[in-house]
Ligand binder design. Structure first.
Ligand SMILES: Nc1ncnc2c1ncn2[C@@H]1O[C@H](COP(=O)(O)OP(=O)(O)OP(=O)(O)O)[C@@H](O)[C@H]1O
Length: 243
């Protein structure tokens, strides 16, 4: 007997969002499969953060439907199931990294081992005793990420998590993301640099508030005949303009 395929982790239908008096998302529809890493890519200002905010339920929407893990976006049920790390690192400055992560661990019923795991995963074991206001920008970003990781959410939404990180740490974080996905976590990761697309199972390509395509890196190459993903994205845009 064939099994029904599981419902997507995120489903967005005909989403329109206005910000600052103008429409910034135009009829966006998409599906994000469970247990995968989906990259949300597009130039600065194209609407990535707005789409993420709509999915985690912090954005007022004009029209359309957004469902996460089977519930309408913003439902109280989703509070413990979704982790969201914004571009602006948000940790308490007057307590240590460890205390910050332990605070979130307590909120989500996690233990000390989970705190250690989350701190190690983001490469901050040697800085766990430093206060928030004693960290560099990249360390702050990673401390925020540890606070989200310790909750072990089913859906992890990360807005440009690798900005300002050195290449070694970037590789380590992507390794960590793959391990999370292998264990069933769904990750939505935004970036405006196309070389990050290579790490993703699926890509959502955006431009000017529109979703141009949802496909895998290999499908993007096949569709455009370009091996380099940045060139492929540019080719896709040109193909759309000439269609
Ligand atoms: N608080 C706001 N008030 C009014 N307009 C906004 C606000 N925040 C964003 N916008 C506008 O909405 C559009 C989409 O912005 P958004 O932050 O979603 O883009 P983005 O792709 O995440 O950009 P970046 O990669 O630079 O973070 C932009 O045109 C932006 O100017």
């Amino acid at each position: 007997m064939s099994q029904a395929s599981p419902s997507p982790a995120v489903e967005v239908r005909d989403l329109r969002v206005h910000r600052g008096g103008r429409e910034v998302l135009h009829d966006v529809s998409l599906a994000i499969p469970r247990g995968s890493i989906t990259g949300l890519l597009g130039p600065s200002g194209c609407g990535k953060t707005t789409l993420m905010r709509s999915i985690v339920g912090t954005q007022v929407i004009e029209s359309g439907e957004v469902t996460a893990l089977g519930h309408p976006a913003g439902s109280p049920t989703l509070r413990h199931l979704i982790g969201y790390v914004t571009q602006a690192p948000s940790i308490y400055n007057d307590i240590s990294v460890r205390e910050n992560v332990a605070y979130f661990a307590a909120l989500y019923g996690r233990d000390r081992a989970d705190v250690d795991d989350a701190i190690t995963a983001v490469g901050l074991a040697d800085h766990a005793q430093q206060r928030g206001d004693e960290l560099s920008g990249g360390q702050l970003t990673r401390a925020s990420l540890a606070c989200a990781l310790v909750a072990q959410p089913e859906l992890l939404v990360l807005d440009e998590p690798t900005v300002g990180l050195d290449p070694v740490l970037r590789v380590e974080l992507w390794k960590q993301f793959h391990e999370l996905a292998a264990n069933g976590t769904t990750l939505l990761v935004s970036s405006h640099v196309m070389d990050e697309a290579e790490h993703c199972d699926r890509l959502l390509l955006m431009r000017d508030g529109q979703l141009l395509a949802q496909l895998s890196p290999d499908e993007l190459r096949a569709q455009t005949g370009e091996q380099n993903l940045e060139t492929a994205f540019l080719t896709l845009i040109t193909m759309g303009q000439n269609a």
